[in-house]
Design a protein around this ligand. Structure first.
Ligand SMILES: *Cc1c(COP(=O)(O)O)cnc(C)c1O
Length: 232
């Protein structure tokens, strides 16, 4: 067994164990394998072990990788910061965007989503850790942005995404509170009538805490592929 397939198996076991602890059905939590900085060969190894959904953060890096892997019919999720001059290839090639933080970007994605494809699945990114985190909109901005995004014809608003600041173990209670805050915000939006079914939260180090608080997609890179090296 390759390292990647063994790691994938271990991560899937962590998900199953966390679901059991949370009293949730394991099928309710989907694993997104975050392949940013990793070559096509790493994605192929994970796909060979049964992984279907992959996350990328940089448009420039993702496009050639996706083209090289086109025959595998994988599902691609864009999870990084998105500039308005890069929306077109994302609208044309990705299945999901998790990092919507401005209406202008959502409007461009909707306008640029090709007619022959289903609506682009999107999540609004919320910043629940305050100033420490640079991406995502404030919880106060979320309801209005969600309503506006939900009205765009070629997008399908699925829920919220969050990246709480990584914390030491002593501060894990704070991470839990951040995840709980995202969940509470989502529940408020659902009560207001938005048909949301996705909470994208939890990464290699904190996926258990996220699953305890209702995550439906965990985004895991390091625990599957290893430590990233940004210099190459
Ligand atoms: C890189 C990245 C991840 C994966 O993080 P790991 O700690 O490697 O699991 C998850 N979400 C986002 C938005 C990322 O940019």
């Amino acid at each position: 067994m390759t390292t990647i397939s063994a790691n994938l198996q271990a991560v899937n076991q962590r998900i199953v164990a966390a679901c059991a602890q949370a009293g949730r059905a394991p099928g309710l939590v989907n694993l997104l394998a975050v392949s940013k900085t990793w070559p096509e060969s790493a994605v192929r190894a994970a796909a060979g072990a049964g992984q279907v959904a992959f996350g990328e953060s940089y448009v420039q890096e993702a496009l050639p990788k996706m083209a090289a892997l086109a025959e595998l019919s994988l599902q691609w999720h864009f999870i990084g910061p998105l500039q308005s001059n890069k929306t077109r290839p994302v609208a044309e090639r990705f299945d999901w965007v998790h990092s919507i933080e401005r209406l202008k970007i959502a409007e461009r994605l909707s306008a640029q989503r090709p007619e022959h494809l289903p609506p682009l699945n999107v999540c609004v990114e919320v910043n629940v850790s305050g100033e420490a985190s640079k991406s995502g909109c404030t919880p106060a901005e979320v309801p209005a942005l969600c309503r506006a995004v939900a009205a765009l014809p070629r997008l399908r608003l699925r829920g919220l995404m969050a990246i709480p600041e990584p914390m030491s173990d002593e501060k894990s209670a704070l991470v839990k509170r951040h995840f709980a805050a995202v969940r509470a915000l989502q529940e408020k939006l659902v009560a207001e009538g938005l048909p949301l079914d996705t909470l994208s939260m939890g990464m290699s180090h904190d996926l258990e805490a996220a699953i305890m608080e209702g995550a439906t997609i965990v985004r895991v890179g390091t625990a599957i592929f290893g430590e990233r090296n940004y210099s190459t």
